[in-house]
Ligand binder design. Structure first.
Ligand code: ZN
Length: 451
């Protein structure tokens, strides 16, 4: 029987797009299945020029924007390539967390292939499906809480919670017949659940892993300023204390830690945090989650919902209408408000007419390049209204020096840097570092170095 192998079908020299195939004899599982954030996609598709909904996989394969595997895609998604359809030959897909670049292509997967994911991740995906056009497809959803062992033939997978900028993120210990492969998913150790990351890294070290698949989003040159979550809180506290009027903020829509930080800062300064419908819907879906301390619409007194003008409100928006406020209310209650903006709804500024000098807290990562389109547009809006841009963000990822410390402590036989544009930044940080190539099959056998 052939020995265990690892194959990287995405996440190679790019941030996002992780698709990792681990095989052991006849047993085959995938970790994550999302689109890349790289610019290759935008060389062929842009705005309304999209893969056709009747043949998305065919239209992405045409430009090598998806890997080809038989027994992976659904007959529907293959539209036009149905003759290449074969019964599933992948025995499960493990999802590390709910971010789009890890989960966004699940919709194309054969509906018979089970998807293993955190119970909380499932809740978040359901909230996204209910409040956006994103779809993840129909699958047997197998949820885990973390710490349990999931057996797939010869493979044993242990999901372990880690801290990241979306709740319910997991790393994995994957035990094969010839050693353990550790996959970090996306993780950080400076967030509110840093203890979880430490437990995962300690468990990984105890496995004496044959291979470590580690994300390196912030490896390499990274001039961007990073705060801890407490640092973000302190910065926002200062702004709220020194600006007696309205304060605006923007963060990633599923960054529940940041929403919680902003809520506490608002409440402790006698303000309300006012959030878009989508945020309210997510917070309501996560109400009662014992691992979170997030505000809940209708329960927490300093949380309000921003009602933007619409002819018809969606069904999922309607429960929040009664307790909502509109632009004219905010214009007269600026000093009692911290308004969270949806960056796709900056048009609300035209109604809000914030006074010049109103702070706009960008609580998300600074752009990688000057050409970042959304940043250019955001800056244009901020300039047009004379707002004051303030940057306070705690990243969802470890810094380069932290990654080096982790490698030194874990001392794996072999490291594959993934989810990074700078795999070379790992050179010399472990006994053996291999920058993986997309599609190459890496056998685990014989890779162990001298003890
Ligand atoms: Zn992520």
């Amino acid at each position: 029987m052939p020995g265990p192998t690892i194959q990287f079908l995405g996440g190679v020299r790019e941030i996002g797009g992780n698709k990792i195939l681990i095989e052991d004899g006849p047993d085959r599982i995938l970790f994550d299945f999302g689109p890349s954030f790289d610019h290759r996609y935008e060389e062929f598709y842009l705005d309304y020029l999209k893969p056709r909904s009747t043949s998305p996989v065919r239209d992405l394969l045409e430009f090598d924007l998806l890997p080809w595997r038989s027994g992976l895609y659904s007959r529907d998604a293959l539209g036009g390539l149905e003759e290449r359809y074969t019964a599933p030959s992948i025995h499960g897909i493990f999802l590390s967390h709910a971010h789009f670049d890890h989960a966004g292509y699940l919709e194309y997967i054969d509906p018979e292939i089970p998807v293993y994911l955190g119970a909380g991740t499932r809740t978040i995906l359901q909230a996204i499906e209910a409040s956006t056009p994103t779809r993840y497809g129909d699958h047997p959803w197998r949820t885990f809480d973390g710490g349990e062992s999931i057996r797939i033939g010869h493979l044993e997978v242990v999901p372990m919670p880690v801290d990241h900028s979306v709740p319910h993120a997991f790393g994995f210990l994957v035990r094969t017949r010839e050693g353990t492969i550790v996959y970090t998913g996306d993780f950080r150790q400076h967030g509110p659940r840093a203890g979880r990351t430490r437990e995962f890294l300690e468990a990984a070290r105890a496995e004496a892993p044959a291979a470590l698949l580690i994300e390196g989003t912030r490896a390499g040159p990274d001039p961007r300023r990073n705060f801890t979550e407490e640092g973000v809180r302190a910065g926002v506290d200062r702004l709220l204390a020194t600006h007696p009027g309205l304060v605006l903020a923007a963060c990633y829509p599923r960054d529940v830690d940041r929403l919680t930080t902003l809520y506490r800062a608002a409440a402790d300064s006698g303000r309300d945090l006012i959030v878009p419908f989508k945020t309210a819907h997510l917070l309501a879906a996560l109400a009662g989650d014992p691992t979170l301390d997030a505000p809940v619409p209708g329960r927490d007194p300093n949380l309000k919902v921003y009602r933007r003008p619409k002819k018809v409100y969606y069904r999922w928006e309607r429960p929040f209408l009664d307790a909502s406020v509109d632009a004219s209310w905010i214009r007269s209650h600026g000093r009692e408000s911290l308004l969270l903006m949806d960056t796709n709804q900056l048009t609300e500024l035209i109604d809000l007419r914030p006074p010049a000098g109103t702070p706009f807290v960008r609580s998300m990562s600074e752009p990688f390049s000057e050409e970042d389109l959304t940043d250019r547009v955001l800056r244009n809006w901020i300039g047009h209204f004379g707002l004051g841009l303030e940057q306070y963000h705690a990243s969802g990822h470890c810094s380069g020096p932290e990654l080096a410390e982790i490698l030194a402590a874990m001392d794996p036989d072999l490291v594959y840097p993934i989810h990074t544009e700078h795999p070379e930044a790992f050179d010399g940080k472990a006994r053996r570092v291999v920058a993986p190539e997309r599609g190459t099959v890496y056998p685990l056998r014989g890779l162990r170095g001298p003890a």
